[in-house]
Design a protein around this ligand. Structure first.
Ligand SMILES: Nc1ncnc2c1ncn2[C@@H]1O[C@H](COP(=O)(O)OP(=O)(O)OP(=O)(O)O)[C@@H](O)[C@H]1O
Ligand code: SF4
Ligand SMILES: [Mg+2]
Length: 392
């Protein structure tokens, strides 16, 4: 057992032992092979209607998610980042089928689950689980830990071989809690331990995909690294696939194999994590990264902070063409007139920008061409002039 600065007492798992969070952060990303896709999201969108009057007629729509596409391979972790309100949670909740999409398609293990009725979704509910941001409100204070973690067995009518109590106690050990915690109540635990209870609940039925929505942002910094390490250890032990939603780019960098950056309901960049953090192509990603603190003072001087002007526009009336143009220091006429599609500008690295950075490919022409004729060959091959103006 280990006592932590975050007032948390947990047992450390075998794979965590001997590794500091910094060492783990420095570790290379786990190799993810070109395996089969577990989850495929195609042009997914959610427009929340805004109604008015006694007849509650729709007068507008909040374009919370406005056509996002990505795939997640088995065993991979995809990070989803972006400022508050950009549509991360809505995307996660649609994948979980907690919200019905307005348009688009969700495919899980090759099956289209977009409009599957709840009755047929039942078996998928075991495979798809969600970890929520707030471990305080997501646990019923009147239920014991045993009842909370054992609930999925009862809800799905599943008999555990060795009995539900034994199965729950094993899961508690797996997440670094003690089997003796079975009869305790959530208020008896620290924040980090409560998040472990939440994680234990999602593991009960051996899911394949876990959507973790801001899994550590409500926790003390000292406890955050432990919970992130736990998620990584569980992934290795249980062969899990994650979509990790966070506004904190450090957390996403630590845990993700690939990262998708969202802005106002759209994905603006998607790449392997090293590529994204070392060679961001979209100005918005550059701005976000420039705000991440660098622990090493020697490197701090090399990077200039990009301060974005103005607030994020309202998703009720997003700016036309490139949604980022109202805050982008590189914006030109074409940015206000033609929407840049998300295209591959180097292998595995997609960005939606007419003037991307950190690329020797002249993306502008190819992107504009693809914008005029969607489906036309994306950028990624030879180009003439460099479009990679660095962020000033
Ligand atoms: N049920 C709803 N009805 C109307 N608008 C909604 C609803 N749920 C979310 N929204 C709006 O949709 C947009 C996206 O919300 P969402 O919660 O997905 O953002 P987020 O990226 O998860 O933000 P945060 O980082 O703050 O959690 C926001 O403008 C939000 O106000
Ligand atoms: S398309 Fe234009 S406005 Fe949009 S991010 Fe790129 S340079 Fe900025
Ligand atoms: Mg959210």
């Amino acid at each position: 057992m280990t006592s932590t600065g975050g007032n948390e007492t947990v047992s450390t798992s075998k794979t965590q032992a001997g590794k500091t969070p910094a060492e783990k952060a420095a570790a290379e990303p786990r190799p993810v092979t070109d395996g089969e896709y577990l989850l495929e999201v195609d042009d997914l969108g959610k427009h929340f209607p805004v109604t008015a009057g006694v007849l509650r007629r729709q007068v507008a729509a909040v374009k919370a998610v406005d056509g996002v596409s990505f795939s997640v391979r088995k065993g991979e972790t995809l990070g989803l980042v972006g400022e508050s309100g950009c549509g991360k949670s809505t995307t996660g909740r649609m994948i979980m089928r907690l919200l019905d999409p307005s348009f688009g398609k969700i495919t899980f293990e090759g099956q289209d689950i977009t409009k599957m009725p709840q009755r047929r979704l039942r078996p998928f509910r075991r495979d798809l689980q969600m970890i929520f941001q707030d471990p305080y409100s997501s646990l019923n204070p009147r239920k014991t830990v045993g009842a909370i973690v054992g609930a999925p067995f009862r809800l799905q009518n599943i008999e555990a071989e060795q009995g539900v109590k034994k199965a729950v106690q094993e899961i508690l050990e797996l997440v670094g809690l003690s089997p003796e915690h079975y009869n305790r109540y959530p208020h008896e635990f620290s924040g980090g331990q409560r998040q472990r209870i939440g994680i234990a609940r999602t593991l009960a039925l051996k899911p394949k995909l876990i959507i973790a929505d801001e899994p550590v942002s409500a926790l003390d910094v000292s406890v955050q690294a432990q919970v992130v390490n736990l998620l990584e250890d569980l992934q290795d032990q249980l062969d899990l696939t994650y979509v990790v939603i966070a506004h904190d780019l450090s957390v996403v960098r630590h845990i993700s194999d690939r990262v998708a950056v969202m802005y106002l309901g759209k994905i603006v960049e998607l790449a392997d994590r090293t590529d994204l953090y070392e060679r961001p192509m979209h100005p918005y990603t550059n701005a976000l990264l420039s705000a991440v603190p660098i622990p090493d003072p020697a490197q701090r001087g090399e990077r200039r902070r990009i301060r974005l002007q103005g607030d994020v526009p309202s998703p009720l009336d997003p700016p036309p063409a490139c949604r980022f143009h109202t805050r982008c220091w590189k914006a030109q006429d074409i940015c206000r007139q033609v929407e840049p599609p998300l295209v591959e500008l180097s292998p595995g690295h997609q960005a939606a920008c007419h003037f991307p950075e950190n690329t020797t490919v002249s993306a502008t022409d190819a992107v504009a061409k693809a914008a005029v004729a969607p489906g036309a060959a994306p950028a990624g091959d030879a180009g003439a002039a460099s479009a990679a103006d660095s962020a000033e």
